[in-house]
Design a protein around this ligand. Structure first.
Ligand SMILES: Cc1ncc(C[n+]2csc(CCOP(=O)(O)OP(=O)(O)O)c2C)c(N)n1
Ligand SMILES: [Mg+2]
Length: 332
């Protein structure tokens, strides 16, 4: 692990760039949210970027990915079009769901990002269905699904994992355990001592646990199983522990409303996946401070262009309200 950065500087820099891109994009969303022009709920993944960045870099463009309500990072890491994502959040016709879905309905088929939905657990069976289609088509693609610790409490989760195990489907399950489902800590939702990743082993799915704030650890763990999944060995499940910094839904901090506290937040902020990785890559001398500034500058330029595109784009026509819904056109 220690030499990974030196031996793989290109991968390390790409992981860093991706995490930065996700963080900066969401920081701009948070900053502009109060303008009232983004009228949809937004669930930010600030603090959780490492998982998306690592998995996104391992997957191929022709692999499939689906996600949940907290999907911006996953969409970006899979190569989803940024302009179309921001336009979608602004409800504009140029958005990836034609402005009808908002932040929780992202899709970019050309990048293999096949959707995110607001229904907790809703995309887990979709990922399994995609896995079944891959198997029937006999390709070596992978179907990856991101979901939270709360989604594990949905019945459909068990049916889906069971079916993937039974049929040996090429599904990569990624559980981002950020300790909370809205305002409820795991301790009030699941029995003491339960480990999610062990529970899925009991239903036949191989699994591992990891530090979701350590991008290299995530990269190495997922990389070590991806070929097995591609080669028809069946599904694999990862539980990565992490923490969302902002409120469940919206741009603010909420350490003062009673369900968690400032100390816990500070504990996790010290484990900032990006800041700590930045220190590592500087220490290994694969990048200079000026070059990091350049990465920030380039990312912010791309983000600014995406927001300008979104703001300038028109809203959907009122008469088109039902268009693209029932006629099978899809929403690309
Ligand atoms: C089926 C369903 N039940 C409840 C909700 C309300 N809800 C939205 S997000 C959420 C929390 C989900 O927690 P988790 O899966 O851990 O994801 P996180 O928000 O922590 O990323 C809930 C309960 C919903 N959208 N769908
Ligand atoms: Mg959660």
């Amino acid at each position: 692990m220690k030499n990974f950065i030196k031996e793989n500087p290109e991968i390390a820099l790409e992981l860093f760039r991706q995490m930065k891109m996700i963080r900066l994009t969401e920081e701009v969303i948070a900053e502009k949210y109060c303008e009232g022009k983004m009228r949809c709920p937004t669930h930010l993944c600030i603090g959780q970027e490492a998982i998306a960045a690592a998995v996104g870099q391992i997957l191929r463009r022709d692999d499939f990915m689906v996600s949940s309500h907290r999907a911006h990072g996953h969409y970006i890491a899979k190569g989803g079009n940024l302009k179309k994502m921001i336009a979608e959040i602004y409800g504009k016709v140029t958005g990836c769901s034609k402005g009808k879905g908002g932040s929780m309905h992202l899709i970019d088929k050309s990048a293999g990002f096949l959707g995110s939905t607001a229904i907790v657990g809703g995309t887990i069976p979709i990922a399994v269905g995609l896995g079944l289609s891959i198997k029937l088509h006999k390709t070596d693609q992978v179907s990856c699904v991101f979901f939270g610790d709360g989604a594990v409490e949905e019945g459909v989760f068990y049916e889906s994992v069971n079916f993937a195990v039974l049929k040996k489907l090429p599904v990569l399950f990624i559980c981002e355990n950020n300790l909370y489902s809205v305002y409820s800590n795991l301790s009030v939702r699941q029995p003491k001592g339960r480990k999610i990743y062990k529970m899925v082993q009991a239903i036949g799915c191989p699994s591992e646990y990891g530090n979701g704030n350590n991008v290299l650890q995530i990269y190495e763990k997922v990389k070590s199983v991806i070929e097995l999944i591609r080669n028809g060995e069946g599904p694999f499940f990862f539980e990565f522990k992490t923490y969302r910094w902002r409120e469940h839904c919206g741009p603010n901090y909420d350490n003062n409303i009673g369900y968690r506290n400032e100390d816990e937040f500070i504990f996790w902020k010290k484990r900032d996946p990006i800041h700590n990785f930045e220190k590592q890559i500087l220490k290994e001398s694969i990048i200079s401070k000026n070059e990091i500034e350049e990465i920030n500058k380039n990312a912010l330029k791309e983000i600014k262009e995406a927001f300008e595109f979104a703001e300038k784009s028109p809203f959907p026509e009122q008469d088109d309200i039902f268009k693209y819904i029932y006629n099978g056109d899809g929403c690309m």
